[in-house]
Design a binder for this molecule. Structure first.
Ligand SMILES: NC(=O)c1ccc[n+]([C@@H]2O[C@H](COP(=O)([O-])OP(=O)(O)OC[C@H]3O[C@@H](n4cnc5c(N)ncnc54)[C@H](O)[C@@H]3O)[C@@H](O)[C@H]2O)c1
Length: 261
């Protein structure tokens, strides 16, 4: 999939991984609608991109992904501004074991809604051009995370939902691929939440396990995760793929055995 002239919508794009994903798409010629609940940082990120790529290449849309109307509106704005949609990345995510229902809302329910909206605008059968949806899970979506059961559960949900919906796309030929990205620990602001009692709630006393895990597995740079993201976007053979990005293996795919029920 060549990206020149293509249009992407990325949630949680103000900073961290979402910003890195936006940047790699911009470097490859795409236009991006940057969605984020953090309007101040989001607008600054757009200004930063304007200086490098030109103001017409991005849009910043203030959007809380847990609001159905705001997310719907953000998709509409993308179409109105850029006239098409080719790439959706449901990336916004939080780590909050205290407000755990909210974590499920942001990390899983919004990803499901963003996926359905992606189909609404990109499915060939609904007048779209086809495209690709990348849902951001985590290595915590493939293995248990002892200091974050709700975070891990929400990310397992993203993996299961995305793989299942990808199976459906193989049957209906709608022209939309769905892939999952599972980074290991990456150097972004979300890491600050691991030592925060406010975020970790009843699991705050396990912060030392989190710290040890970080020291053992190492901390990735967002740029490496963005390289993996680009591969999932552009490699049209990938649908239902679950990519891992880790310090010891780099970019690879999670091997699944054939399901036997
Ligand atoms: N950094 C890591 O170690 C790591 C590892 C695996 C997966 N992830 C996942 O990567 C994704 C991006 O996280 P990050 O590491 O860049 O963290 P981050 O905290 O730097 O960025 C998250 C972004 O999401 C935005 N956001 C939060 N709630 C939102 C909402 N309701 N609506 C819209 N935007 C919202 C934040 O404002 C922020 O800009 C998340 O889904 C996270 O779970 C991160």
């Amino acid at each position: 999939m060549a990206l020149a002239g293509k249009v992407a919508l990325i949630t949680g794009a103000a900073q961290g991984l979402g910003k890195a994903f936006s940047e790699i798409l911009l470097n490859n010629g795409a236009k991006v609608n940057l969605l984020d609940i953090n309007t101040v940082t989001g607008k600054n990120t757009k200004l930063e991109f304007d200086r490098i790529y030109g103001a017409e290449r991005t849009l910043f849309t203030s959007c809380d992904v847990t609001s159905e109307t705001q997310l719907q509106e953000a998709f509409r704005t993308t179409m109105q501004t850029f006239g098409r949609l080719d790439v959706v990345c449901n990336n916004a995510g939080i780590n909050n074991e205290n407000k755990w229902e909210h974590s499920i809302n942001v990390n899983l329910i919004s990803v499901i809604r963003g996926t359905y909206l992606g189909f609404q605008y990109m499915s060939v059968e609904r007048g779209g051009h086809g495209g690709v949806i990348i849902n951001v899970a985590s290595m915590a979506g493939l293995f248990p995370m002892s200091f974050g059961p709700v975070y891990s559960g929400s990310k397992h949900g993203v993996v299961g939902f995305s793989r299942s919906i990808a199976e459906i796309t193989k049957l209906n030929n709608c022209g939309v691929r769905v892939n999952v990205l599972c980074p290991s620990i990456t150097d972004t602001d979300i890491l600050k939440t691991i030592a925060s009692e406010n975020n970790m709630g009843q699991f705050a006393h396990l912060a030392n396990i989190a710290q040890k895990t970080m020291e053992t597995v190492g901390i990735l740079k967002p740029s490496l995760v963005a390289e993996g993201f680009l591969q999932l976007v552009t490699d049209t053979t990938k649908n239902g793929a679950v990519m891992r990005v880790t310090m010891n293996r780099g970019i690879d795919y999670h091997p699944y055995k054939q399901a036997s029920l």
